[in-house]
Design a protein around this ligand. Sequence first.
Ligand code: B12
Ligand code: SF4
Length: 448
Amino acid sequence: MKVLLVSANRLNAPYAVYPLGLDYVARAIEDRHEVRVIDLNTANTTALVAALNETPPDIVGISIRNIDNTDTLDPQGFTGQYRDLAALIRTHVTAPIVLGGSGFTIFPAELMALLEADYGIIGEGERLAALLDAIANGGDPANIPGVILPGGAAVIPRPLSDHLNRKVNGTPAVTGYYVRRGGMLNLQTKRGCPFRCIYCTYPHIEGRAMRPIAPAEVATTAMELQEAGARYLFITDSAFNADYGHSLAVAEAFLAAGLSIPWGAFFAPTHPPAGYYKRLAEAGLSHVEFGTEAMSNRVLQSYCKPFQVDDVRQAHAAAQAAGVHVAHYMLLGGPGETTETLAETLSNIDKLRHTVVFFFCGMRIYPHTALYRLAVENNMIAPEQDLLEPVFYRSDAIAEDRILQMVQDHAAGRVNWVFGAGGEETEKILTRLHKRGFVGPLWEFLIR
Ligand code: B12
Ligand code: SF4
């Protein structure tokens, strides 16, 4: 079959992100199908229409990553764009449309209806291979785990137990786009997160059991990306250090393979084994992004975070001693937040030296999370409420205005305290710096 895979993401904030998921989907079907990938960051809709008309595909896959920007201070939604994209495709070809992606996996039934799609794949898109077989051979797609049909129920499949294979998109026009804008390409070293933070969708998207990719294979991919021009790699794992042993083995494999470019990842600020960050730094780790969320034990417990304030301090100190750049992400105003807990968080953040802190206020309520169940219990949302339009959980003990005021007063103009992802202003600054040849996420320039 002729399969056209389209990455619908066009968001350039905080920076444009290489559509990694489609490398896996393409790899899973390319042996038996003719696959083309169009990344709407690098190709406009005119190029898409030309591709549809030149070689009409038998099936079109649309990758849906972002639903919205989850930023209460500068909210943006993207589902209208995706609906228009599906409508545009349909005016040019009669091929069935199949949806997938992390955003789709959170809201499959809603997006199937909105985009009037023919099929959807919840979770891992490698299952497209089985769907194509069923379509070609008259099998019943409904029997394939993860497949959702129009009007059908969203049943979450078991994560794949097969080996995860990726093939880096070798098209220079695609990789070149990202290489020219910050030099960042990305890679995955495992899937799954074993933790249970109440608001988080990652265990739903990737599963709870960690499925590691062999360190040598991760290193081979990293070298391929380096050869494709990458000057920085972002590891997209939910929490890179959720498996200390595996992440260390990946770092050793980078060293053995001779990777020479810097890299960064998300980390949980849990207490690290001795020498952990030092060894990672020797292997090229340059940026640590801690998902800290609060610096009050009461709130951390209420969010079910797998660490306490003291662990955050230890992790911060260890990363800093290793000479890497450190950022902390805060999620204020969730269950358990009060004026006192926020004051405690702010005063504890003060004690973290040489860092940048990104503040998000209000937790987006996602289906399949403990926060969702709590919000239903507290009558904040109705059961079965459509959450595609973002609804944010807000602690009834402290108003959003008060939170912002407290953070602003405490920040007193500090540039290393950033609200949300930084908005358009940050995007503009990053674009300018990337054009001048600076590589990576660049938040280190805000560190104070
Ligand atoms: C890493 C990451 C980031 C990094 C990316 C760094 C980089 N250079 O790659 C950073 C920190 C920059 C980031 C930023 C943002 N992110 Co983010 N990010 C993630 C994360 C953790 C992993 C994404 C990833 O690469 N996964 C690995 C690949 C292999 O998986 P995948 O893309 O999902 O693809 C698989 C399947 O989905 C499926 N699939 C994919 N496409 C298709 C297509 C078809 C046809 C099919 C059948 C299947 C299929 O098959 C693939 C292989 O199994 C996800 C959460 C998660 N665990 O998924 C959030 C996530 C995607 N991010 C999210 C958001 C909101 C954002 C931001 C908007 C936040 C902000 N305000 O700044 C920005 C947007 C950036 C941008 N320009 O798009 C949300 C999106 C949902 C939503 N609410 O909209 C997610 C889901 C997290 C969440 N809150 O639930 N992000
Ligand atoms: S550690 Fe991070 S990825 Fe895992 S559940 Fe908690 S917030 Fe989500």
